[in-house]
Design a protein around this ligand. Structure first.
Ligand code: NDP
Length: 481
C-alpha cells in the first residue's frame, strides 16, 4: 500500500521527497512506504486547515453532525478492509480489529456527531443586580492531534471526532509505525463530504513531523496520546506558547483480585486484560495482585490458561496473540525479559519469556505471553511500563496492602478491582489513584464518561462533553440592563 499525506482533501507526497519503510509485523517484511514529512508538510497542512476554518466553524451544527454520521457509516461499511489494514500494520489479530478497534472508531464519529447537537452552554442571571451572564463556546481554530500505534484508528478518531464536531480544523499525525488506517480515513472523510482542509493528515516521524505540529506557533491546542517521556517533552515545547494540552500517557495498571470475587468471570477477563492486543493496550492490567487465600489457585489456573493462548499469524481466527508492533519494540520487551532472567531470586518466570517462531512467518515479531512472579512491587518490572505480553503477579494480605500496592507506582491510568463486597468497592474506588477504576469488568466503555489518567499518566480528559470543552474556548458575556 502506498501511503500519502492527506492535505486539502488531496493525496500529497512529502515535499522533501523522503519516504520511510512501512513494516508488516506479522512477517517482518517491508510492504510499503510512507511519507517522511517535515515542518514544510506540516505548514502546508496548517495553511489548508487555516483556510478551511472560517467556513467550517460557521457550518451549522446539523450539517457538521450529518457529515460525521456519514463518516461513521462509511467506517462500518469498510469494516473488513479497515480491520485488515490495521492488523497488517500493527500485528494484532484481524478478528480483534474487527470486533473492537474499527467499531470503536466508528462510534467515536457517531457519538460526537450526536453529542455536538446536545452540547449547551449556561446562562447565569445575577438577581438584584440586573445582570445577565452567559457563556459562548468558540472552536479554537487549527488544532493538532497526535496518536500512538497500539489502537491506531480508534485513538486517532477519538481526538479528531470531537475536534471537528466542535468546529475546529485539524492537522493530525498517526504513529509512523501504523499509518494505514489513517490513510484510509482520508478517503472516507472525503466521500462523506467533509470540506477540504477540515482534516489534514500528515505522516512521519515523531521527532520531525510530530514535533513540527507541537512547535507550530499557530496550532493552538494539542491532543496527544503516547508515552510519558514524549508527553513531558511535548509539554515543555508547548507550555511557553500557552497551548491547550491534553496528554494521555503511559500506565502500569493494577489488577486487584479479592477472594470473594466471581472467580470464573475474573479468570476469563484477566486473561484478556493481560494479553489482549499482545498486552499493548495502555489499559491492560500489567500488575496482578491476588489475595493470599486464592493466590496459589489463581496462579495455577492463570498460568494454565496463558500456556494455551495460541500465538500465531493475525489472519488466523484461532490466533489469540499476534505479533508485537515492531522489531524495536520486541527488543525493548526482551530487555525486560533478560533482566528478569538475570535475577531469578526476584523474578520467577512461570510461563513464557521467549520468542515464538511462526511457520512461514519466521521473521515476524512474535513473543510468548509471559507471567512473572515478583517478590516486591518496587522491582523494575513493576515500576516501568513494558507495554507487551508480560504481566507480573504477587499476593497481598488485606485491603490496606492491596491499596498500597495499587498506588505504589508513578502512573495512575486505570485499575481493575475484583470483589463482590460492596463496602470494599466503595472504599477502594475512592482511594485508588487512577482515572478509571473498573469493578468486575475491564475495557468497558461509555463514551459519555471522561477518560484520562492522573499522576504521570497524563492531564486532561477525553470522551464525553469534556472533549468538546477541550476543543472549544469559553467566552463569558456579562450584560447589565
Ligand atoms: P510515543 O510517545 O513514542 O508516540 C506517540 C505519538 O507521538 C506517535 O505518533 C509518535 O510518532 C509521536 N511523537 C513522538 N515524539 C514526538 C514529538 N517530539 N513531538 C510530537 N509527537 C511525537 O508512544 P508510542 O507510539 O510508543 O505508544 C505507546 C505509548 O502510548 C505507551 O506509553 C502507552 O501507554 C501510551 N498510550 C496511552 C494511552 C492513554 O490513553 N493514556 C492509550 C494508548 C497508548 P512516531 O510513532 O513516529 O514516533
Amino acid at each position: 500500500m502506498d501511503i500519502k499525506n492527506f492535505i486539502n482533501n488531496e493525496e500529497q507526497i512529502p515535499l522533501s521527497g523522503f519516504w520511510l519503510d512501512n513494516y508488516e509485523p506479522a512477517s517482518g517484511t517491508i510492504y510499503g512506504e510512507i511519507p517522511n514529512s517535515n515542518e514544510d508538510d506540516v505548514e502546508k497542512a496548517y495553511q489548508a486547515a487555516k483556510a478551511a476554518f472560517p467556513s467550517w466553524s460557521n457550518t451549522s451544527i446539523d450539517e457538521r453532525s450529518k457529515i460525521m454520521l456519514r463518516i461513521a457509516d462509511l467506517i462500518e461499511e469498510n469494516l473488513g478492509a479497515l480491520a485488515a489494514a490495521e492488523s497488517r500494520d500493527n500485528g494484532k489479530p484481524v478478528w480483534l480489529a474487527q470486533a473492537v478497534d474499527i467499531p470503536r472508531a466508528s462510534s467515536n464519529f457517531r457519538f460526537y456527531g450526536h453529542a455536538i447537537t446536545q452540547y449547551a452552554t449556561k446562562a447565569h442571571e445575577s438577581v438584584g443586580k440586573n445582570t445577565m451572564n452567559y457563556t459562548i463556546r468558540k472552536p479554537i481554530g487549527v488544532v493538532g492531534c497526535i496518536s500512538p500505534w497500539n489502537l491506531p484508528l480508534y485513538l486517532f478518531t477519538w481526538k479528531i471526532a470531537p475536534a471537528i464536531a466542535a468546529g475546529n480544523c485539524v492537522v493530525a499525525k498517526p504513529s509512523e509505525v501504523t499509518p494505514a488506517t489513517a490513510y484510509l480515513l482520508g478517503e472516507i472523510v472525503e466521500k462523506a463530504g467533509l470540506p477540504a482542509g477540515v482534516l489534514n493528515i500528515v505522516h512521519g516521524n515523531g521527532a520531525s513531523c510530530g514535533q513540527a505540529i507541537v512547535a507550530h506557533p499557530d496550532i493552538k491546542a494539542i491532543s496527544f496520546t503516547g508515552g510519558t517521556t514524549t508527553g513531558a517533552h511535548i509539554a515543555r515545547t508547548a507550555a511557553p506558547m500557552f497551548k491547550k494540552l491534553s496528554l494521555e500517557l503511559g500506565g502500569k495498571n493494577p489488577n486487584l483480585i479479592f477472594a470473594d470475587c466471581d472467580y470464573d468471570k475474573m479468570l476469563d477477563t484477566t486473561v484478556r486484560s493481560s494479553f489482549a492486543n499482545q498486552g499493548q493496550i495502555c489499559l491492560c492490567g500489567s500488575r496482578i495482585f491476588v489475595q493470599q487465600e486464592i493466590y496459589e489457585r489463581f496462579k495455577t489456573d492463570f498460568v494454565d490458561r496463558v500456556k494455551n493462548l495460541r500465538v500465531g499469524h493475525p489472519d488466523q481466527s484461532s490466533t489469540k496473540v499476534g505479533a508485537v508492533v515492531s522489531a524495536g519494540h520486541r527488543e525493548k520487551i526482551e530487555e525486560y525479559l533478560a533482566f528478569a532472567k538475570a535475577e531469578p531470586e526476584n523474578y520467577r518466570i512461570l510461563t513464557g519469556g521467549n520468542r515464538v517462531i511462526v511457520k512461514e512467518y519466521e521473521k515476524g515479531y512474535y513473543l510468548e505471553p509471559t507471567v512473572i512472579e515478583v517478590s516486591s512491587n518496587d522491582c523494575k518490572l513493576n515500576q516501568e511500563e513494558i507495554f507487551g505480553p508480560v504481566v507480573t503477579i504477587m499476593p497481598f494480605t488485606d485491603e490496606a496492602h492491596a491499596l498500597e500496592l495499587a498506588n505504589g507506582t508513578k502512573y495512575g491510568l486505570s485499575a481493575t478491582l475484583w470483589t463482590n463486597d460492596l463496602s470494599r468497592t466503595m472504599r477502594m474506588t475512592q482511594e485508588i489513584e487512577a482515572g478509571i477504576v473498573w469493578v468486575n469488568t475491564w475495557l468497558n466503555r461509555d463514551l459519555r464518561t471522561p477518560f484520562g489518567g492522573v499522576k504521570d499518566s497524563g492531564v486532561g480528559r477525553e470522551g464525553g462533553f469534556e472533549a468538546l470543552d477541550f476543543f472549544t474556548e469559553p467566552k463569558n458575556v456579562c450584560i447589565e440592563y
